[in-house]
Design a protein around this ligand. Structure first.
Ligand code: HEC
Length: 125
């Protein structure tokens, strides 16, 4: 018979109650498909580079808490060629307006937070 170790059970219950208390499961809409998996063609899932948290990496960008209007504008500029880039011009070319809107709203609703520290080179020892 399968039994869960008591410590694991306690830890799991705590995590679930913490998640419910923060309202994460109840107030957040599900992650849009385009963010998680992409939409085929050149459109890879946004989360694969910008992360599910939206905080991104230095080579991509933070999108968490950025206004949906700004994100939509950047996507349109990548698409038209008004803004250059490494990854985004190809991705935005195949991105539908509806997916762009869903992704923009998703990232705009995430909490922005600092998770990288920039240190001036002459102060590094
Ligand atoms: C393969 C990695 C990758 C994927 C997938 C990706 N991005 Fe990006 N994104 C980047 C990089 C790299 C940049 C910096 C500009 C460039 O080089 O294209 C960027 C920049 C951006 C910017 C501009 C941010 C700013 O501060 O101006 C927006 C908006 C954006 N991405 C939205 C998206 C959305 C929405 C998706 C999903 C449809 C997505 N990205 C998928 C790598 C990616």
């Amino acid at each position: 018979m399968f039994r869960t170790a008591p410590s694991l059970t306690r830890r799991t219950k705590l995590t679930i109650s913490q998640i419910l208390r923060t309202g994460f499961l109840t107030s957040m809409p599900p992650m849009p498909k385009v963010v998680q998996h992409g939409a085929g063609g050149e459109v890879l899932g946004c989360a694969s580079c910008h992360l599910g948290s939206g905080l991104g990496h230095p080579e991509s960008a933070n999108l968490a808490g950025v206004s949906a209007a700004y994100i939509m504008r950047q996507l349109a500029d990548f698409k038209s060629g008004a803004r250059m880039g490494e990854a985004m011009p190809d991705i935005s070319k195949d991105l539908s307006d509806d997916d762009a809107r869903q992704a923009s709203q998703w990232f705009a609703n995430l909490n922005q937070k600092l998770w990288q520290t920039v240190v001036e080179a002459d102060r590094v020892r």
